[in-house]
Design a protein around this ligand. Structure first.
Ligand code: HEC
Ligand code: HEC
Ligand code: HEC
Ligand code: HEC
Ligand code: HEC
Ligand code: HEC
Length: 250
């Protein structure tokens, strides 16, 4: 069994964390007001318009992840969904809401989406974050789980069809492959406030505990498994204790 020594300074000095003999390189985080913002430029620049900037914080206050990532078919990876202006006009993708009913219409508002500026919504975020939300120290700094529980936001969970998911509340204690590591704890209940089964099963995780191959920090930090969300939109990997509650560091 490996003896684990924790280097407390690692996180403070650089975006890396050491455990025993292993060092994890954590991706550099953007400023909190840009966390979860995405530049969409699959076809924009090549068509002579500025890239589109999409802010997760702005939208997740009103809709759960499943609305966009299940009902509206946006992929969980930037610039992989085949979105075209003509489809949006027909009411697909952004056009499901940006039609002058749920949200501002397309005509006359090209610049709101095609801003080309990753910081486009920063001032609005700073105003928004002042409204007394429960805080975390990392990512966008907002504890979305507590915000949802406290009713400070009431995101809609569907816009077309109600989810047919059967409620499933199981907490999983995911013991690490190494001995001596505080296990990661995964709550289905917390995640079901935002997602549906098909956001994770079977593409991201097998549906039988401890059968997902290569389920380790190395792969998570490459964007697999928990890293599919916990690098860019859900709180980032730097927050060790939120996943490994018994870990003796922050
Ligand atoms: C209003 C729609 C909408 C909502 C709500 C939404 N997303 Fe997204 N998300 C998008 C779009 C659009 C993209 C970019 C897709 C593309 O470019 O192919 C995206 C991309 C992502 C990515 C990939 C990021 C990257 O840099 O590759 C992740 C991860 C993600 N979303 C997670 C979430 C999570 C978790 C939630 C809920 C907390 C959520 N999204 C809610 C629309 C949404
Ligand atoms: C609600 C957001 C939104 C608004 C408003 C919007 N667009 Fe777009 N548009 C997009 C997205 C998303 C894409 C795909 C971006 C990418 O991947 O490059 C896109 C793509 C485009 C493209 C690329 C060519 C193609 O076939 O897709 C053009 C040109 C374009 N939009 C023009 C416009 C014009 C002109 C307006 C104003 C009348 C406008 N858009 C308003 C979101 C928007
Ligand atoms: C499920 C509905 C929904 C979808 C899908 C959606 N939006 Fe929105 N969006 C909203 C709502 C609601 C607002 C806030 C109200 C408003 O500004 O009209 C908003 C606000 C915005 C804003 C903020 C504008 C500002 O000046 O504050 C931008 C930019 C934006 N959306 C871009 C996009 C882009 C780009 C897409 C597609 C990639 C998209 N949205 C998809 C509902 C949606
Ligand atoms: C955010 C991601 C996520 C969502 C959403 C999700 N799961 Fe899971 N689920 C997991 C993970 C992680 C595991 C453990 C996989 C492993 O250890 O290989 C798991 C394991 C399971 C297991 C096996 C439990 C055991 O003890 O063996 C079942 C059954 C399951 N999920 C059902 C569901 C159902 C039903 C839903 C929807 C109501 C759902 N899951 C939604 C991530 C998710
Ligand atoms: C989003 C949740 C999450 C966060 C945040 C997180 N971990 Fe993990 N970690 C996991 C999961 C899941 C596993 C794999 C458990 C298993 O093997 O079943 C794991 C495994 C590990 C292991 C075992 C070796 C390995 O590579 O699998 C170590 C060591 C570890 N984490 C350290 C850390 C440290 C240090 C941090 C903070 C920098 C951290 N973790 C943050 C979820 C997380
Ligand atoms: C499909 C996206 C997705 C995946 C995959 C995912 N999560 Fe999450 N997770 C979320 C979202 C969204 C939240 C809400 C908090 C936020 O956005 O910061 C969340 C919250 C959490 C919380 C906070 C619970 C609380 O009560 O505060 C923990 C812990 C967590 N996730 C662990 C994990 C672990 C461990 C894995 C991998 C086994 C994982 N998550 C995989 C999206 C995801």
């Amino acid at each position: 069994m490996k003896r684990i020594s924790i280097l407390l300074t690692a996180l403070i000095l650089s975006a890396s964390a050491s455990w025993g003999g292993e060092t994890f390189t954590l991706p550099t985080l953007p400023p909190r007001e840009e966390f979860g913002n995405i530049i969409m430029n699959r076809v924009s620049a090549s068509s002579g318009v500025l890239p589109v900037v999409f802010s997760h914080w702005k939208h997740r206050t009103k809709y759960t992840c499943r609305v966009c990532h299940t009902e509206l078919d946006f992929n969980l990876k930037a610039n992989t969904t085949e979105i075209r202006a003509v489809e949006i006009r027909k009411g697909k993708f952004c056009g499901a809401c940006h039609n002058g009913k749920k949200a501002f219409k397309l005509n006359g508002n090209c610049d709101k989406c095609h801003s080309g500026d990753i910081a486009y919504n920063s001032e609005k975020f700073i105003e928004f974050a002042k409204k007394g939300f429960p805080q975390t120290s990392i990512g966008d700094g907002i504890n979305w789980v507590e915000a949802l529980k406290a009713g400070l936001i009431t995101p809609q969970n569907f816009i077309k069809t109600e989810s047919g998911d059967i409620p499933f509340d199981k907490n999983l204690v995911l013991e690490a492959a190494w001995g001596g590591i505080a296990p990661a704890v995964f709550s289905h209940k917390t995640h079901m406030g935002w997602l549906e089964c098909s956001n994770c099963h079977p593409d991201v995780f097998n549906i039988k505990k401890k059968t997902t191959a290569h389920f380790s920090m190395e792969y998570i930090l490459k964007g697999k498994f928990c890293g599919a969300c916990h690098l860019r939109v859900a709180f980032p990997m730097d927050d060790c204790k939120r996943c490994h509650p018994a870990i003796s560091r922050n």
